[in-house]
Design a protein around this ligand. Structure first.
Ligand code: AMP
Ligand code: MG
Length: 268
């Protein structure tokens, strides 16, 4: 996988420069199966050390337009991970209590503790995405948030949390096909929402809002990756690889063995 997908800090992102159908030379799902399996296994092993050591935390942020594949990513990439050491939080429309606090309040509470992998299915970025597109707060309020978010993420990073942020990039045509598939299959009907179809009308506004978030909030301590996501199998391969590589670079080890483990007698 030669391409990096990492957005360097201060890059001016234009999403039209990124091909959502890119698949790195792979032709079909079967071509990526073994590699995905290896990554999932690597992740399983790394997470066990992370859990045992209890020193580092990993936060994975997933953002995408509707039907972008956030749920599928979690299902496929995290399938080897011990559920006990992993916590998924899906951020919905804020509750009344959440609304009565600053927008990072609910986010901060959900960040992973040491030893854990935390996955955000949507995140604080909604506060510069849906909130901006629908003008839920005045412009000067959301404008100030990019800097606040960078500071917040810096605090997390300085406290032992490794942060990876993935934007799952699909095309407008692919979204239409996925909505249609949800309608066509009775077992997928539950995923279909007229609200999502309505949101689609704001595609261009969302594109601009995403471009700003990706441009302004990819930092050395909390990088954004733009993942080509029209092909679900390639998306899974890319994300599993980045997560495993990132964990692999952390200096993690099992706690030192007991010096006299062989001398301890366990009574019958
Ligand atoms: P879903 O991911 O399909 O369950 O939908 C969750 C909904 O909550 C999406 O329409 C999001 O845009 C919305 N949402 C998430 N966070 C916020 C927020 N901070 N403000 C307003 N809407 C939000
Ligand atoms: Mg939805």
């Amino acid at each position: 996988m030669a391409q990096s997908f990492l957005i360097s800090p201060d890059t001016r992102v234009r999403l039209s420069d990124y091909d959502p159908s890119y698949a790195g030379g792979y032709k079909r799902k079967a071509d990526t199966k073994d590699e995905l399996k290896r990554n999932v296994e690597r992740l399983r092993e790394l997470q066990e050390v992370m859990w045992a050591e209890g020193k580092h935390a990993l936060l994975i942020v997933l953002q995408a337009l509707d039907a972008g594949g956030k749920d599928g990513t979690i299902r496929h990439v995290m399938r080897g991970v011990n559920p006990q050491g992993c916590q998924v939080t899906s951020f919905k429309v804020p509750t009344e209590e959440e609304m009565d606090h600053d927008y990072l309040w609910r986010i901060h509470k959900a960040t992973p503790r040491r030893g854990y992998i935390g996955i955000f299915n949507r995140s604080h970025y909604e506060d510069v995405l849906v909130v901006r597109v629908h003008q839920l707060v005045p412009q000067e309020v959301w404008q100030a948030r990019y800097e606040q978010i960078n500071h917040f993420e810096k605090l997390l990073a300085a406290s032992g949390t490794t942060i990876l942020k993935f934007f799952l990039h699909i095309s407008k045509e692919e979204q239409k096909e996925r909505f249609a598939a949800r309608l066509a299959d009775p077992r997928k009907n539950w995923k279909f929402s007229l609200k999502d179809v309505k949101e689609r009308e704001h595609w261009d506004d969302y594109t601009r809002a995403y471009e700003d978030a990706l441009s302004r909030c990819s930092t050395p301590w909390a990088p954004w990756y733009i993942v080509p996501a029209n092909h679900k199998w390639y998306r899974n391969l890319v994300i599993s690889q980045i997560v495993a590589d990132t964990l692999g670079k952390l200096d993690m080890r099992f706690p030192s063995p007991l010096p006299d483990a062989d001398k301890i007698v366990i009574p019958d």
